[in-house]
Structures are given as C-alpha cells and as structure tokens.
Design a protein around this ligand. Structure first.
Ligand code: WTA
Length: 636
C-alpha cells in the first residue's frame, strides 16, 4: 500500500485515535516518517497555549517541495500532478506530470532568484486559477520565500493592506482573467494597490489573456520573458533547506475585530498534517483523479489543491472557471471528461446548482465518482440530500469536513466509506484532534448531548503558529477567551454518540458563500462615506449563500438614500471586494444601544432574520424607541 498511515477500517480509525491521544508524539512521529526530510527532528513537540508557543518536529530540516515533487518525479515521473481545466471549455486544458511540474517549479524558482527574491522574503501572489499559480507557490517554497496569496476577488485596497502588513517586496500576477464571459483586469488592481508604494520592487506578470495593460518601467517584467531568458542555460536548482518551523506561508483571514489577520503556517507540521488528512478523509488511492473546486486564494486551495494532494503523489484537478459557465452543468462535464473520482466542493456551490434542478446533470456520466466532500459552512439537510442523491447517486459517502484557515487542515470529518456519514454532521474528530465544548463561562461541557463553543485542547501539527507581525493578536484572538484552549469561534453540538454538528459562528464573522467576512470590516468600509454617521452589519440566512449581510446605516441627512446606496456599495467594492457587499441596506435613525453605548447586535440580527416578535427584553436599552422604527422599515 502507498500510504502506510491510511486508515481503511473503523477499527483502524479508533485505534489511531486512541494512540494519538495517549501518545501524540509517537503517533505523529510515525506519520512524519513517510515524508522526505533532509534531517529528522530531535523532538516532536513543545507547546503551551498560554503564550502561545507551538513547535512541531523541532530540529527537523526539509524542503516541502521535495515531498510534493522530487520524490514523485522519481517514483512516478509521468503521473499527472496537475490537470488544468480552463474557463473556456473550448480551450485546450493542460496537464503537468510530476516531472514537468518539478521542472517548471525549479525554472520559476530561478526566475525569482534572478529577481532578487531571497529566503525569508514575502511574496504577494494575486493570480487566477492557472497552473502558474501553483508553480509560483511551489517556487516560493523551494527557495524559502513566504507566499502571501490574495484571492482574486479582493480589491486594490485589500491587496495593499496585505502587502503592507506582511512587508512584501515582490508581487506575482497576471494581466487578467475571464470569469465566464467577463474579463477581469487583475494587473490594474495591482497597479492601484501600488500607487505611492515603496515596498514593492518587482511585479512579475504572467501574460494570460493578452489584454491591454500598462507595465511600469523598472518595476514590472513579464513572466514569459524572464523564463525565456533561461533557455539554453543549465539551471542550478536554488532549493533551500528549511527548518521544520520556518514559515511556509501567510494567509489573511477575517476575524471579529479589526483588519484581517495574517495567519502563519510553518513547514514540517503543516506538510504532515494536511497530507495525512487528505489521504484519510478522502481515502485517496493512487491513480484517482481528485477535483477540489475551491480557489487557491483561500486555505482550502492551499492545503487541498496544492500541498496535500501533491505530497501524496495524487492527481489534482484545477478549474479556472465558474460552476455556471457555459451552463450549470459545468462541474458535471468536468467530472465526466476527466473521470473524476473524488469531488470536494462547498455548500453554496451545491445550493446554487440545485436551483437549476437535475436537468444539467442529464447525460453526464458521473459513474467515476467514489467520494464527495463539502467544506466552508454548515451544509443544510436539503443540499446534503441533493448532493448525495443526484451527484453521488446514493453511492458515494459524503464527507462534511470542518476546519478553518487557522487549522491548516481538516479537524472534524468522516473518513469516506470508513466511518459513518451522518447528514449535516461533520461527525468525529480526526486522529490527533481533541475537541471540547465549553459554555459561555468557559466551563467544559462533559458527556454527550451538549452544545457549546467549540475549542481544541491539544495542538495538532497543522495549526497556526502566530499572526504575522503581531503575536499578541494571535493570543488574544484564539487562546485568551478560554484559557488553555484554542477557541475556534464556532458553535457545535455533540450528539449521544459523540458526533459533532457545527452550528455556525458564535462571533461577528459571517460566512457568505463560504467567504469569511468580519462584520467590523464591512462597517468600517461603509463608514468611510462622509455622509454615514454610523453603521451595524449582521448576518441573516440566505437560500444560496448560506448567510448574507444586512447593513443598518445612519445617514447625516445631507445625501439622498439612493445616492447613499450607490456610494456604500462602491465603498465596499473598493475597500474589500464585491463579494462583501451587503444584500440589504436599511437606513435608520438610530441603532439600539445598551446604556454603556454598545450596539445590541442580537436585536438587529433577529430583525434581519425576520424574527421580530422574539426580540427579548428591550426596555433596558438606551433608546428602545428605535427598535419599532427599525422593525417597521425592515428590508424584505
Ligand atoms: C465554517 C475554510 C460547518 C466555520 C476551510 C469555520 C464550516 C469557517 C465547515 C472557516 C463545515 C468550514 N461545517 N462550518 N464543514 N467548514 N466551516 O477559514 O464557521 O475560510 O469557522 O476555512 O467556515 O472558514 P475558513
């Protein structure tokens, strides 16, 4: 068998789980043996959740790309590593074997070196879903540069914030991308992000759609030109030996307060954890074609399109387009075309395709599918059933995988076909993961049939180590609410058999179409408008997006509501990105506040949800009269 650590029976899972709790160090050392290390670790784990300080495989030396590429380029050079399906179904796709991908990565690593990128430098990547994005990440990893990928839907302002916070010196981008029939100009977003910027020395632009863009003399170079310069040369592989705890990447994510945080993942533990979970959750078998529909701009793409599958020698399919172009049968065409065995997607995509009925599935052969997965938000029963019945043909286990950017990889999930799937339940923790539920006072809720805030009490190798440039923020956000535990920000219940069901965020983070958005960020984007006095943003249930944003806004009276609407939408586009725009905006005269001046979001949430008769006690408010007014003008 290819993966000595693959658990293929329920008994094997239970045994592994028991060992992982009884002796975590021995357990993880056993898994880590199966990767390429230049030097083995001296000690498996040192940790405390107070500072916090978390170190795995201490003293170990490696380069993650040797596990992801070199070992397979030797053992299975001609196995496809990446299959790329472009946006336009008439364009030929591309397949890169392990041998070819390794060559491309070394080549681009040399380009990075030639452009002055050194070990430890931060590189911002703002690219669409093309193989060069994966090549760019792996080339950074090869030379020990730290990538900071910014999802292509983010605005120039968001790119700039992330560049400044992580002090990047180089940006990798493309001229643009097509989403369906719509061209999107990525390079001008980068240009706007860099106005008056002094940090970025070099922008390397991959010519992808051949659009008309401007290149800034002395700063911008074409990717293809840089590669062409190397032709005919014998390249020296610029690979760097990294420490297990050296940073691999930074990925920004929204929290309940302030600006997005740069979640830091390191090398050794991350590699071991995501590969272990990839192989076990999806029960990947050599030769399987695996298709994750996420964007590499989010953590799912980092861990389960690029690093995890490649470190397992798998064939990973990358899709550039959208599920509804040229029609709502696109995913099924891809499954049919490449005989996909494992499909990993998001509830929001399932719900949006469900809305087209089963017609788009007709005539598509989905018989190759063995496992179907879900991530990003709770999957409602209706979507689960539709997915199971119509996509999996009642024949494929559904893995509902719960995890977060901060976790690196999946924490709670069924192992496909090995442990039981239960609709709407993520089910059991993976080996090495020790969840606890606590009540609002931090009291641990023992036993089964309880609901509370979901925490983890012991480190796992893939967890975040810090938030870039601000360790205190990491401590306060994740380790201070319930001392001694990592707090996820999610609520969950544990049923009579110890299965977990995730109920959603318990903080001010909203999952809109699986995109994590902090309401505080949207409020500050809205408040940028001079005519806005104050705003409050909450989430409410949405049929397709899962949740959507509802904004309550107080205007100063110097602007018409129509103009204000337009300006607010434009401001959110500019400050964050179009995906963070509220679906509903209500102009109000006041916001319900406590006597100490805090906005009572609970009330606003209930009104947004339409639960107007159930607002609880409002008499203690500073301004109870505004509640009636807000109720009466609720946006439907
Ligand atoms: C939510 C995505 C229920 C959750 C990998 C979490 C889920 C947030 C699930 C993290 C699931 C993710 N069931 N909720 N299977 N998966 N979530 O950081 O609220 O983009 O806190 O990571 O998504 O989102 P993030």
């Amino acid at each position: 068998m290819n993966y000595p650590y693959q658990l293929t029976t329920q008994a094997a899972y239970e045994e592994a789980y028991r060992k992982s709790v009884e002796n975590p160090e021995e357990f993880w050392a056993g898994v880590a043996e199966n990767f390429v290390w230049r030097k083995k670790w001296d000690k498996v784990l040192e940790w405390n959740f107070t500072e916090p300080s978390i170190k795995w495989f201490i003293g170990g030396k490696l380069n993650i790309t040797e596990s992801c590429l070199d070992q397979w380029a030797k053992k299975q050079p001609d196995t496809p590593a990446l299959i790329w399906e472009p946006n336009n179904p008439d364009d030929p796709g591309r397949t890169l074997t392990y041998k070819e991908l390794l060559e491309k990565v070394i080549e681009f690593a040399v380009v990075l070196k030639n452009n002055g990128v050194k070990k430890g430098d931060r590189v911002c990547i703002y690219m669409p879903m093309i193989p060069e994005l994966a090549i760019a990440m792996l080339a950074c990893a090869r030379i020990g540069a730290i990538h900071n990928i910014v999802f292509g839907g983010f605005s120039a302002k968001s790119i700039r914030d992330r560049i400044e916070d992580s002090k990047c010196s180089v940006v990798l981008t493309t001229d643009g991308v097509y989403r369906g029939t719509k061209p999107i100009d990525l390079k001008s977003a980068v240009d706007n992000a860099l106005i008056d910027d002094t940090l970025i020395r070099r922008v390397i632009v991959y010519k992808h759609i051949d659009s008309d863009i401007t290149m800034k003399e002395g700063r911008d170079v074409w990717w293809q030109d840089e590669v062409a310069k190397l032709q005919g040369q014998t390249l020296t592989d610029p690979i760097e030996e990294m420490d297990a705890e050296d940073m691999l990447f930074i990925l920004y994510t929204s929290g309940s307060t302030g600006k997005p945080k740069g979640v830091v993942h390191t090398t050794g533990g991350y590699m071991v954890y995501i590969t272990y979970t990839f192989v076990n959750v999806f029960q990947y078998k050599p030769g399987d074609v695996y298709f994750c529909t996420a964007d590499i701009g989010w953590v799912t793409g980092h861990s389960y399109i690029v690093y995890g599958p490649l470190a397992a020698g798998a064939t990973s399919l990358m899709f550039e387009g959208i599920p509804t172009y040229p029609d709502a049968g696109r995913f099924w065409d891809i499954v049919d075309k490449y005989k996909v065995n494992i499909l990993y997607t998001a509830p929001t995509a399932i719900r949006s395709l469900m809305a087209f009925g089963t017609e788009p599935l007709k005539g598509k052969d989905l018989g190759s599918l063995k496992v179907i997965g879900s991530v990003g938000e709770p999957i409602n029963l209706e979507a689960w059933q539709w997915y199971y019945d119509n996509v999996g043909k009642k024949n494929c286990p559904v893995v509902d995988t719960w995890w977060q950017t901060e976790n690196g990889g999946i924490l709670i999930s069924t192992l496909a076909g090995v442990t039981p799937s239960i609709p709407t339940y993520a089910t059991k923790p993976l080996p090495g993961v020790q969840p606890v539920l606590v009540d609002g006072n931090g009291k641990v809720l023992e036993g089964n049939n309880v609901a509370g805030n979901l925490c983890i009490k012991f480190p796992w190798p893939g967890m975040l180590r810090t938030t870039y440039g601000d360790h205190e923020r990491c401590r306060v956000n994740y380790f201070a609410t319930y001392p001694g535990y990592y707090f996820s920000g999610d609520g969950a219940l544990r049923d009579e058999n110890g299965n977990y069901r995730i109920t959603g965020r318990v903080d001010d983070v909203i999952n809109v179409s699986g995109h994590r958005i902090g309401t505080a960020e949207v409020e500050s984007a809205i408040n940028v408008q001079d005519s806005v006095v104050e705003s409050a943003v909450v989430g409410y249930p949405h049929d397709i997006k899962g949740q959507a944003l509802y904004a309550y806004v107080i205007l100063d009276g110097n602007i018409s509501e129509e103009d204000a609407l337009q300006k607010i939408n434009a401001a959110v586009n500019k400050e964050i990105g179009h995906f963070a725009r509220p679906d509903k905006i209500q102009f109000v005269k006041g916001l319900p506040k406590t006597r100490s001046g805090k906005i009572m979001r609970r009330i606003l949430r209930k009104i947004a949800e339409g639960e107007m008769n159930n607002l609880g006690d409002t008499t203690t408010l500073l301004n109870p009269e505004v509640v009636e007014e807000i109720k009466n003008h609720r946006v439907n």
